[in-house]
Ligand binder design. Structure first.
Ligand code: HXC
Length: 257
């Protein structure tokens, strides 16, 4: 299927979504966000897909929500149409998503990246929550996810001043997992994604769910949740195969991937 705002491809078991409104620096209008949610749902259900990559262009991952589209909104309209609800779909995707970020990831673009599970940054990546410059505030998780990632002081400073943060600072403050040269961003993201997609998909999904559970519950409840998922894996053939392969000094032939 063709999309107006995305390029969607598959490489092996990896689903690759490229945001494609380069003239608007991939500003996230409702069409783009709608198409993105549609594709994420398709990939999430597809047994042939084990991991998803979202990327943009070399100049911009996404420069935020589309200001031209938002300009005339009323608060009644925003509330009654649940303007930002589609962002919940992104975070609710059960398979892991890697955000491969080059250039600007600002406002909703930064929030989109933070709704993913791993952020891989090119050397030229720029992160920020500049909404305050527009007389608004972050609305798709920025005040929450940025704070959990980089801590209160830096999140406060970035959201309250609109200051942009370059890749090296983003890595130092644990927003991104690592930095790669711009020209190898695509390959590194795909390599990481296919590595993940080669493992049994149910294990991958349980690890994602367990890590995310830690953000919404207490440590002791999170540990219990993890332990029960761990126990359940001993009912799977992939556990038998993975451990047998280790003992027999061979590569495991996992079934559920
Ligand atoms: C609509 C945008 C846009 C945006 C850029 N463009 N960002 N259009 N919404 N968020 C458009 C410009 O209008 C311009 O179109 C073209 O993309 C190129 O942008 P320039 O500004 O000419 O490029 P440059 O000078 O290189 O500056 C790049 C930039 C700047 C620093 C990223 O574009 C910028 O500050 N953008 C806005 C960033 C921002 O405030 N984001 C937060 C949005 S609010 P024309 O037609 O003039 O060529 C938000 C709310 C989140 O995200 C709520 C939850 C989702």
């Amino acid at each position: 299927k063709e999309y107006a705002t995305l390029i969607v491809t598959r490489e092996g078991k990896v689903g690759l979504i490229t945001l494609n409104r380069p003239k608007a620096l991939n500003a996230l209008n409702s069409q783009l966000v709608g198409e993105l949610c549609e594709v994420l749902n398709i990939f999430d259900k597809d047994p042939e897909i084990g991991c998803i990559v979202i990327t943009g262009g070399e100049k911009a991952f996404a420069a935020g929500a589309d200001i031209k589209e938002m300009q005339s909104k009323t608060s009644v309209e925003a509330y009654s149409t649940a303007f930002l609800a589609p962002y919940d779909t992104i975070a609710a995707t059960r398979k892991p998503i890697i955000a491969a970020v080059a250039g600007y990831a600002l406002g909703g673009g930064c929030e989109l990246a933070m709704s993913c599970d791993i952020i891989l940054a090119a050397e030229n990546a720029v992160f920020g929550q500049p909404e305050i410059n527009l007389g608004i505030m972050p609305g798709a998780g920025g005040t929450q996810r940025l704070t959990r990632a980089v801590g209160k002081a830096k999140a406060m400073e970035l959201c309250l001043t609109g200051r942009q943060m370059f890749a090296d600072e983003a890595e130092r403050s644990n927003l991104v997992s690592r930095i790669v040269p711009v020209e190898s961003l695509h390959d590194e993201a795909m390599k990481t994604a296919s590595k993940i997609a080669d493992f049994p998909v149910h294990v991958v999904m349980m690890i994602k769910e367990s890590i995310n559970r830690g953000f919404v519950t207490t440590l002791s409840e999170g540990v219990r949740f993890e332990r029960n998922q761990f126990y359940s894996l001993f009912a799977t053939e992939d556990q038998k195969e993975g451990m047998a392969a280790f003992i027999e000094k061979r590569k495991p032939q996992f079934k559920n991937r």
